[in-house]
Design a protein around this ligand. Structure first.
Ligand code: EPU
Length: 344
């Protein structure tokens, strides 16, 4: 450990507890930042100008295939604050380093609605807009107001409003044309004091029914989502994983019809533009991968979309497994799966 004026720099630092796959990799250099000013110094100062850098939030969307030969900047900007409040709504600002689920719990306790369906999604608040996180019929963009980001070219703080972010399914402009240009430092959400709860997702309806709740509160919906996630998805503390490894593919209507003719049980969601979304988990399961285990890695036995590290797996092997899955889905269904997880 070395103290460089304003920051504590660790050398040859283990990332094992900082990635939810639990992969045992090291980074040459590691620093945690708690303010935007510290980030600015790292990215615009001279010390790390030529160093390869990566911001790490909750480490829940990354697959390290090798040691990181550079600097890991661990996002730690804290704080949840109410900015303004009306009879119907409350606007909150949240530091990028806050754990997403802690924000959800903060909102649920205060009966602020809008993000309860997003309970237990791993990761940090700063990473949430990056891929417009979504689950159980709700996406971040529905409560998103704006964000602040550090512009790496100029060092300025720039505000992006919802319409600036090009949100789509697991997508924002920060993954697309602005990739690598900004670091999200703060997110502003508008939450509802008299929310309309979204319980339309089959599994939520069923869980509330099982609990004999017919007038659910925000807390009930949150708890239902927590129950569902805990029953289907492995807890990264027990089994390393990064949630869905692939995105659900979107195909043209004609492609879907051809598949449906061969596989009448194919689940699908019709999208407003006429295209059709197909659950990647179904495609992967049909190819025989569900519950597959090879040594220390495999495919989760309750959700085929989740790749797992049983303990001592290697990132490179998980990458190879992902490629093999992609190849078999392509061969069987002529569909190119896109990884949701970033492989580095
Ligand atoms: N299915 C299978 N086999 C499986 C699992 C699912 O065939 O092993 C089929 C079933 O037909 C099921 C359908 O896939 O009805 C959908 O499954 P599920 O409700 O579990 O959702 P998903 O489409 O697999 C998406 C998100 C999840 C999110 C859930 C719930 C993506 C890539 N994943 O999964 O997000 O929690 O919906 O809304 O869109 C994540 O991003 O890490 C994540 C977990």
């Amino acid at each position: 450990m070395q103290k460089v004026n304003w920051l504590v720099l660790h050398k040859n630092f283990s990332l094992k507890s900082l990635n939810t796959f639990g992969l045992d990799v090291n980074t040459q250099q590691y620093v945690q930042v708690a303010t935007e000013e510290e980030l600015r110094k790292i990215y615009l100062g001279s010390k790390f100008r030529t160093t390869k850098k990566m911001v790490l939030g909750g480490g829940s969307n990354v697959l390290f295939t090798r040691n990181w030969l550079g600097l890991i900047v661990h996002m730690g900007i804290p704080g949840i604050e109410v900015v303004s409040e009306s009879e119907a709504q409350v606007q909150v600002t949240v530091g990028a380093g806050v754990i997403w689920h802690q924000l959800v719990m903060w909102a649920v306790e205060r009966k602020y609605g809008g993000i309860e369906n997003l309970s237990l999604i791993p990761g940090t608040v700063g990473a949430a807009p990056m891929q417009n996180i979504g689950a159980y019929g709700v996406e971040l963009k529905q409560t998103f107001h704006s964000l602040e980001a550090l512009e790496l070219k100029t060092g300025k703080t720039v505000r992006f409003y919802k319409e600036d972010c090009s949100f789509g399914y697991r997508y924002s402009i920060f993954k697309g044309e602005l990739a690598g240009d900004y670091i999200i430092t703060r997110v502003f959400l508008t939450l509802e004091k008299q929310p309309v709860l979204n319980t339309s997702y089959g599994a939520i309806e069923q869980t509330l029914g099982d609990l004999q709740i017919d007038k659910p509160t925000i807390k009930d919906v949150s708890q239902a989502v927590i129950n569902i996630r805990q029953s289907k998805l492995p807890d990264p503390i027990e089994v390393g994983n990064a949630g869905s490894f692939f995105k659900n593919p979107i195909v043209e209507q004609a492609h879907y019809e051809a598949l449906d003719a061969l596989h009448p049980d194919i689940p699908h969601y019709n999208l407003p533009d006429g295209d059709v979304k197909i659950p990647a988990a179904w495609l992967i399961e049909k190819c025989g991968w569900k519950g597959h285990q090879q040594g220390e890695i495999g495919v989760h036995d309750k959700q085929a979309l989740v790749l797992v590290n049983f303990g001592f797996g290697k990132g490179m092997d998980l990458r190879k497994l992902a490629m093999n899955i992609m190849r078999s889905v392509k061969k069987e269904f002529q569909i190119d799966l896109q990884p949701e997880v970033n492989m580095v």
